[in-house]
Design a protein around this ligand. Structure first.
Ligand code: HEC
Ligand code: HEC
Ligand code: HEC
Ligand code: HEC
Ligand code: HEC
Ligand code: HEC
Ligand code: HEC
Ligand code: HEC
Ligand code: HEC
Length: 377
């Protein structure tokens, strides 16, 4: 589903359901307020306390008017017996609730006692279910006080900032269940409240052949690629996709945590490879003559330097390496897709003892040897 259509839907809701939405908005504002910079509540949040949803003059947690019909309504509230939760059965004056915090909810939602004992629980759910749910009815599904993503980021301001400034958004946050595509809002066996182990989570969506980026460029099917290429890059083998990708959105190409050139040819500049150089030492690529820094050298001529720093035609790492997984050692790729027709320019890389060769590729066969050097020609 496209984002604009959902935005339109919200617009529609706000014009049709003026009363409840106004209430929901006030609720959202109230939620946002405690977390605002410099407020005592933001200090409390920093200390690990939960900024709670505040009741408003109009009653953020009070029942919404029955007309127009709220999007969701709670069965015990529908039953009309306010005494299930309040001290009095009188709907005009139900008085305070009989129990505070989740205890009131756990009487009926027994499965949540176990959920709140999972190894990782959400501080917001432990402190009060009404941080997110209206116990009566709501203008959003599942008794939610607001649209899920909006609600999450009223407390998670750092994530909101990241999303707002991201040049490359991650569609996983705006489609389907949004934040809860990946997080369980209540509790999980997995750290960071993830619904699956992080690697399995990423691969569970990146298993399609028809995925494209915002420019319509085809994206690799990571699942089948990893299944078919057994030499995995160390951080991939450690199942740590987040070592290089920021799951919530990023300023860098392909949601990367650091710079990496999007192009095949790019002028050399250490900053543009900040991603690779956060783990690999930069001087192995910027030192023209070396007998130790890299094995990709002919004698002491650093062939990384030669290829990366060629004026006007500096190759990026992807000219020769796969970043996730490959069929051969050193993550050398089999070939590079050339043009849009799907033709692949083979590298025909051969590893030999103390050196290697490439043939019928960007150039005719060339061999390198760490010692002694292979003569040019
Ligand atoms: C499933 C439990 C539940 C049921 C049933 C329920 N309520 Fe509530 N109600 C709550 C909770 C929880 C609060 C928030 C209390 C708090 O934060 O102190 C609340 C708050 C309210 C408030 C806002 C009070 C305030 O101080 O602003 C009103 C009004 C209200 N309920 C009316 C009703 C009415 C009328 C009924 C019956 C038709 C009803 N409730 C049934 C759980 C329930
Ligand atoms: C008296 C029993 C009772 C209490 C107390 C109770 N619930 Fe429920 N709740 C229900 C029932 C029954 C349903 C409907 C279950 C179903 O459809 O499977 C439900 C459904 C829900 C749903 C799903 C609504 C939907 O649209 O799918 C949410 C969310 C929820 N309750 C939250 C709460 C919270 C939060 C509290 C505490 C403030 C609470 N409940 C207290 C009985 C209760
Ligand atoms: C941080 C926000 C948040 C808090 C706090 C929270 N929930 Fe939820 N809850 C959600 C969201 C989001 C969903 C919808 C999940 C989905 O669609 O996958 C949900 C769904 C539910 C459902 C419906 C489950 C279903 O499968 O339909 C119930 C019942 C429920 N919550 C009860 C509770 C109870 C009880 C508490 C307190 C212990 C609580 N929630 C606290 C966000 C929250
Ligand atoms: C009422 C405020 C509030 C809301 C709403 C809220 N959270 Fe949280 N969340 C917290 C607090 C407080 C923590 C604990 C922060 C900490 O430990 O630094 C937390 C922690 C988390 C964590 C990290 C858990 C960990 O183990 O490190 C995740 C993930 C998370 N929330 C996701 C969500 C999602 C998804 C939503 C929306 C469904 C949401 N939150 C809504 C207050 C909230
Ligand atoms: C595509 C899956 C995915 C989606 C969708 C997603 N997250 Fe996360 N989230 C993650 C992963 C993975 C981590 C752990 C990152 C790590 O450990 O470095 C994480 C971590 C977090 C944390 C812990 C603090 C941090 O920055 O690491 C919070 C809070 C959080 N997410 C909130 C949210 C909110 C709010 C949304 C919706 C706006 C959301 N997430 C949507 C995958 C996702
Ligand atoms: C809920 C499904 C889902 C999950 C889980 C998910 N993604 Fe995505 N991801 C998408 C969608 C949708 C796109 C946009 C392309 C498409 O339509 O498939 C995308 C795009 C991307 C892109 C390309 C972004 C661009 O525009 O250049 C990267 C990189 C990516 N995801 C990495 C990850 C990583 C790493 C994880 C695990 C933390 C992950 N994804 C988890 C659905 C998901
Ligand atoms: C060592 C860093 C690193 C790790 C770890 C990593 N990636 Fe990537 N990923 C990249 C780089 C760099 C690109 C851009 C590749 C390019 O365009 O040449 C990329 C691109 C992608 C893309 C877009 C594919 C395309 O066709 O452009 C997806 C999807 C993706 N990664 C998902 C994942 C998933 C899922 C994991 C975990 C299994 C993961 N990545 C682990 C660095 C990494
Ligand atoms: C999170 C850390 C990390 C990042 C980021 C990273 N790598 Fe690696 N890489 C490693 C580790 C660890 C190894 C295995 C140890 C080694 O050989 O240095 C490795 C190995 C390699 C190898 C194979 C070495 C061999 O001889 O087998 C290549 C090629 C490589 N990385 C290329 C890249 C490229 C290109 C990038 C940037 C797109 C990159 N790496 C980003 C950690 C990383
Ligand atoms: C023209 C092809 C080519 C380009 C471009 C290239 N590499 Fe390499 N790289 C190789 C070859 C071939 C080897 C294997 C050398 C050997 O062991 O014989 C290698 C080896 C490596 C190694 C293992 C350690 C070493 O230096 O021997 C790392 C790490 C590495 N490359 C990272 C990168 C990074 C990061 C980039 C981009 C900044 C990059 N490479 C660009 C061809 C290339």
């Amino acid at each position: 589903m496209q984002f604009p259509s959902r935005a339109c839907l919200i617009l529609l809701v706000s014009t049709c359901l003026a009363a409840p939405t106004a209430q929901a908005q006030t609720a959202a504002k109230q939620l946002a307020q405690p977390a605002a910079k410099g407020s005592p509540a933001s200090a409390a949040k920093a200390a690990g306390a939960v900024p709670a949803a505040k009741k408003t003059a109009s009653g953020a947690l009070a029942p919404l008017p029955v007309k127009p019909a709220p999007k969701s309504s709670h069965a015990p509230f529908e039953a009309g017996d306010c005494k299930i939760c309040h001290q009095s059965a009188d709907p005009k004056n139900p008085g305070p609730v009989t129990k505070t915090g989740p205890a009131l909810c756990l009487d009926c939602h027994e499965e949540f006692s176990a959920i709140l004992k999972r190894p990782h629980t959400h501080a917001a759910a432990k402190s009060n279910c009404t941080n997110c749910h209206n116990p009566h009815n709501a203008a959003f599904p599942k008794l939610m006080l607001n649209e899920t993503r909006q609600l999450c980021v009223t407390c998670h301001e750092d994530i909101k900032k990241l999303i707002d400034k991201a040049r490359v958004p991650h569609k996983a946050l705006t489609t389907g269940a949004q934040c809860t595509n990946c997080h369980n809002p209540h509790g999980s066996a997995v750290a960071r409240l993830l619904v699956q182990l992080p690697f399995d989570l990423c691969v569970s969506c990146h298993n399609r052949d028809d995925a494209t980026d915002a420019n319509g460029k085809k994206l690799q099917n990571l699942k089948s690629w990893l299944d078919n290429n057994k030499v995995w890059h160390a951080p991939v083998a450690a199942k740590d996709c987040s070592a290089c990708h920021q799951p919530h959105g990023s300023e860098h190409f392909r949601l990367l945590t650091e710079d990496y050139p999007p192009e095949f040819y790019a002028p050399y500049n250490a900053q543009s490879y900040a991603l690779c150089f956060s783990c690999h030492q930069e001087k192995a690529f910027s030192t023209a003559k070396t007998g130790t820094l890299t094995s990709f050298r002919n004698g002491t001529t650093n062939l990384h330097f030669v290829h990366l720093q060629q004026i006007g035609r500096g190759r990026t790492c992807r000219a020769c390496h796969e970043v996730h997984a490959s069929k051969q050692d050193h993550h050398i790729r089999e070939g590079v897709p050339y043009g849009s027709g799907g033709w692949v320019l083979k590298l025909n890389y051969k590893k030999v003892d103390g050196g290697g060769s490439c043939d019928k590729t960007c150039h005719a066969e060339k061999t390198y040897s760490n010692k002694p050097p292979v003569k040019a020609g």
